[in-house]
Ligand binder design. Structure first.
Ligand code: TLP
Length: 345
């Protein structure tokens, strides 16, 4: 039985064009700044994201953490959304590595109220830490791939500039947001100082992310990456497929969004499953199976036996992520199999 893997868009395998680019990449030692492919990727990413410079990093987590380390010092505070990846899924790296205190704000579908953000920024007082950074996430993973509205980004950026606090975007899936909004990604990144973008998710590259921002910030980030053991020598072999990801794989994300909407519509029809297809904006679908009287893990076991893989996002929540290695016919097959399991109950 063919496995249909909807656990994450991180499971995507490199395309033929990526493998060819890897085999043919021109290489050098990137710690000396001499890998022409890494240099080309960093220039291309900076240009596409509308920033002065960029740094190729090993992963989304490393990109976010290098950003925090470069923006903030131990004993300072960073503001972030309560369900954000940096807070929820990075093993408390911000406190373990940067020594910062996290100040969370509960958002609505990942969107923080600018008034709450403003209230959370510290004034000068001997009792208070300095607010060093505001972090945003777009699209928002735990909010089901929700897009932060441009007006919200703008409002937060304007108040942050007024208060002289930099804004970092965890843009692991920012190209999904840009494609869904039908805007150039720079329309999003213009409202942040620094941004991390993953090549290894929906864009299909095997490894890596980029951190982009002002030139002096990226120089500081380069040293933090080195401190963390992220100096990667002949990294052109993995930068080459990332270049293919940036140049060839962005527009097709619309197909993943279409498949996610299709999946949400089908799941919403299943007995005891709760999904609002109207809330599915990109490639993530979160379904609540509370109405079936069974837990997410029970469902995941049954689905896995039918060769459909997803992950649990809470006691009764299941996350499905569509991506390039699940075609629309694979998706129809997944829906048939889920239906079979539901009917058996
Ligand atoms: N997210 C993974 C898991 O860690 C949950 C996934 O399968 O979605 N920011 C966001 C918004 C992410 O979703 C992820 C990965 C990261 C950062 C971290 O990227 P990596 O895995 O490259 O460190």
């Amino acid at each position: 039985m063919q496995r249909i893997d909807l656990r994450s868009d991180t499971v995507t395998l490199p395309t033929e064009a990526m493998r060819k680019a890897m085999a043919e990449a021109e290489l050098g030692d990137d710690v000396y700044g001499e890998d022409p492919t890494v240099n080309r990727l960093e220039e291309l990413a900076a240009e596409k994201l509308g920033k002065e410079a960029a740094l190729f990093v090993t992963s989304g987590t490393q990109g976010n953490q290098v950003a925090i380390l470069s923006h903030a010092r131990a004993g300072e505070e960073i503001i972030l959304e309560a369900d954000s990846h940096i807070f929820f899924y990075e093993a408390a790296a911000a406190s373990a590595l940067a020594g910062v205190q996290t100040r969370t704000i509960a958002g609505v579908r990942g969107v923080m109220d600018p008034r709450e953000v403003e209230r959370a920024i510290r004034g000068v007082n001997i009792h208070f830490p300095r607010t060093a950074l505001i972090c945003l996430e777009n699209t928002h993973n735990r909010a089901g791939g929700a897009i932060l509205p441009l007006e919200n980004l703008q409002a937060i950026y304007e108040l942050a500039q007024r208060k002289q606090v930099p804004v970092h975007l965890d843009g692991a899936r920012v190209f999904n947001a840009a494609v869904a909004l039908a805007v150039d990604v720079r329309e999003i990144t213009r409202f942040v100082d620094t941004v991390q973008v993953c090549f290894s998710k929906g864009l299909g590259a095997p490894v890596g992310s980029v951190l982009a921002g002002p030139r002096d910030f990226i120089e500081a980030a380069r040293q933090w990456r080195k401190r963390l053991g992220g100096g990667m020598r002949q990294a052109g072999v993995i930068a080459a497929p990332a270049i293919v990801a940036l140049t060839e794989m962005v527009d097709r994300l619309a197909e993943d969004h279409e498949n996610a909407r299709r999946l949400a519509l089908a799941l919403a029809e299943m007995k005891g499953w709760q999904v609002d297809p109207g809330l599915v904006e990109t490639n993530i679908v979160i379904a609540d199976v509370a109405g079936t009287g069974r837990s997410a893990t029970e469902w995941l076991d049954w689905l896995a036996k039918e060769g459909v893989l997803a992950v649990d996002f809470g006691d009764t929540l299941i996350r499905f992520v569509t991506h390039k290695d699940v075609s629309s016919s694979d998706l129809e097959e997944a829906i048939r199999r889920i239906h079979r399991v539901v009917k058996r109950l």
